[in-house]
Design a binder for this molecule. Structure first.
Ligand SMILES: [Zn+2]
Length: 98
């Protein structure tokens, strides 16, 4: 999401009257957006925790492969390496960097 207030920088320049200088403040709109997303993550986590392990694994894997296809120019070599080495941590790490 592109923020209209800070144009995606996360910072807003404001005039500080007490000191008569321009100061940089963190964008409240972006902070509120970030907080809202964190709350949603928690709520969705609680909700999907009741789904089966297999279903969650399938949904997670589908997303990982789809994101790899879209953002890593269909280079599945890291995923294939992780499968071969049974490296679960690197699968989670790949998901986090996307
Ligand atoms: Zn912003």
């Amino acid at each position: 999401m592109k923020c209209n207030e800070c144009e995606g920088t996360g910072w807003i320049k404001t005039w500080c009257h007490g000191h008569d200088v321009m100061i940089r403040e963190q964008c409240y709109s972006c902070m509120a957006h970030e907080k809202h997303m964190q709350e949603l993550i928690l709520k969705v986590s609680k909700l999907v925790a009741s789904a089966s392990k297999q279903r969650l694994a399938r949904a997670f894997s589908t997303k990982l492969i789809d994101l790899t296809d879209r953002f890593c120019e269909s280079d599945f070599s890291q995923v294939e390496k992780a499968i071969k080495e049974k490296d679960v941590e690197s699968i989670f790490m790949s998901m986090e960097v996307m």
